[in-house]
Write a protein that binds this ligand. Structure first.
Ligand code: ARG
Length: 458
């Protein structure tokens, strides 16, 4: 390609090196922004015409031309030429091919620096709304499970050791809480995304009488950026989004980790439907939780994108630098990975079968009501530390004599503390233990049912 053919070729005396051309081009990934680029350009052209910076007829011709380009790209009648540097140039060139020299008026009072900032914001705004829809579905999925499994007892773990019995529903609602915070984070991030940067031009704005508020209105932005230098160099909103996505991935990954463990023969708490598992190419008996494992793996990939983005930003001298072109691949891949993971997990959790008996049996092991015995003593006036010691000795005795707490007689209990009474036996079973926990945020069935009702009333 001859230097003259580059839109910025005027001051150059030799063509761009081919390797440089390939190295600097972003078209293969930023073409995904074409819709937003055209939408932004249409608004910009209309504003230029309204302000008399170009004539009304010129504005109309540009808008009509842009719409044709849009139709062509959507119909896949559009050839992206690899020598176009980016999507902005490709569309501007296509416009001029279609409507002639007047196409050259579109870029008046604008730079690709503010143009790309606008495109990313338009893109991310739409994708965040899609993420919010997917999050809502996943939340509903956990809520449904909480309702369906209400009453089922699960061994609660700390350090992956059986700790105390809890309701399986309580466990599902824990994920509902995480996802509710995620939702709030994306909504908050959206406020910073939803600010209109066009008009900042390269960095200093323009001397032409543009109307930024009008462009914002056309594109449904509630606010415009207030500093042109910041407008072209700011990617905080993108980093925020990837951070919010990282947390959501982490929440999903944790659930997946439990699912992987719980579906082992060793745990045997849950079975994932065949449609959501895969087999082994050598071991005919295998049924593997690959979807859950991939969500866990992809979480690492999204964290990587967060580190990429933050690292790209940290050393940039003000204002725009080409480094910023590197924001897109991590951002796009985060959007794709997050949306795919949310979608498949929501579908998968609707296809789980819980082995309720086995869970409840599991909850009975590991002296999981030992704390309840200590709390029983506290209510009899024994200082907690002392109660802890007494029950510790009881547990040691049970281990030695291969008994559970529920196997002991009152006489045996009294060997460790004479003040034990018959009412002790009302706190030894896992169900009694669960239902005793009636504090706000507790796992008692009545509290969990109340929380479900509260959530449903929203
Ligand atoms: N493709 C660039 C990006 O993604 C936008 C163009 C700005 N280029 C420039 N040389 N000022 O950030």
């Amino acid at each position: 390609m001859k230097t003259k053919e580059k839109p910025w070729g005027g001051r150059f005396s030799e063509p761009t090196d081919r390797q440089v051309e390939a190295f600097t081009s972003s078209l293969h990934f930023d073409r995904r922004l074409f819709r937003y680029d055209i939408e932004g350009s249409v608004a910009h052209a209309r504003m230029l015409g309204r302000q008399g910076i170009i004539t009304k007829e010129e504005a109309r011709a540009i808008v009509a031309g842009l719409r044709k380009v849009l139709v062509d790209i959507e119909a896949e009648n559009f050839i992206f030429r690899p020598d176009d540097e980016d999507i902005h140039m490709a569309i501007e060139k296509a416009l001029t091919d279609r409507i002639g020299d007047v196409g050259g008026k579109l870029h008046t009072g604008r730079s690709r620096n503010d143009q790309v900032a606008l495109d990313i914001r338009l893109y991310l705004r739409e994708e965040i709304n899609r993420v919010l829809g997917l999050l809502a579905e996943l939340k509903t999925g956990f809520l449904k499970l909480a309702k369906k499994e209400c009453g089922v007892i699960l061994p609660g773990y700390t350090h992956l050791q059986k700790a105390q019995p809890v309701l399986l529903s309580h466990y599902f609602l824990a994920f509902w809480e995480m996802l509710a915070r995620d939702e709030a984070r994306f909504r908050d991030c959206l406020k910073r995304v939803n600010v209109m940067p066009l008009g900042a031009a390269a960095l200093a704005g323009t001397g032409l009488p543009i109307d930024r508020s009008y462009v914002a209105r056309l594109l449904a932005f509630p606010a415009v950026t207030q500093n042109s230098l910041d407008a072209v160099s700011d990617r905080d909103f993108a980093a925020e989004f990837v951070f919010a996505a990282s947390l959501t991935m982490m929440h999903m990954s944790r659930f997946c980790e439990d699912l992987i463990l719980w579906s082992t023969d060793e745990f045997g708490y849950v079975e994932i439907a065949d449609a959501f598992t895969t087999g082994s190419s050598i071991m005919p008996q295998k049924k593997n939780p690959d979807v859950a494992e991939l969500i866990r793996g992809k979480t690492g990939r999204v964290y990587g994108h967060l580190v990429s983005l933050l690292t790209i930003l940290k050393g940039l001298p003000m204002t725009y630098n080409r480094d910023l072109q590197e924001d897109k691949e991590p951002l796009f891949d985060t959007v794709d990975t997050l949306q795919a993971s949310l979608g498949v997990l929501a579908a998968m959790i609707g296809r789980l079968t819980f082995h309720r008996k086995r869970m409840e049996k599991g909850a009975e092991g590991g002296f999981s009501t030992a704390t309840d015995v200590a709390e029983y003593l506290v209510l009899k006036g024994v200082p907690f530390r002392e109660a802890h010691g007494i029950v510790g000795k009881l547990v040691a005795f049970c281990l030695q004599s291969k008994k559970a707490l529920t196997d002991l007689t009152l006489k045996e209990f009294r060997r460790f503390y004479p003040g034990f009474e018959k009412d002790l036996f009302a706190c030894l079973t896992v169900r009694q233990s669960v239902n005793a926990r009636k504090m706000i945020g507790g796992t008692a069935e009545e509290v969990v049912r109340k929380r479900i009702t509260e959530i449903e009333a929203r």
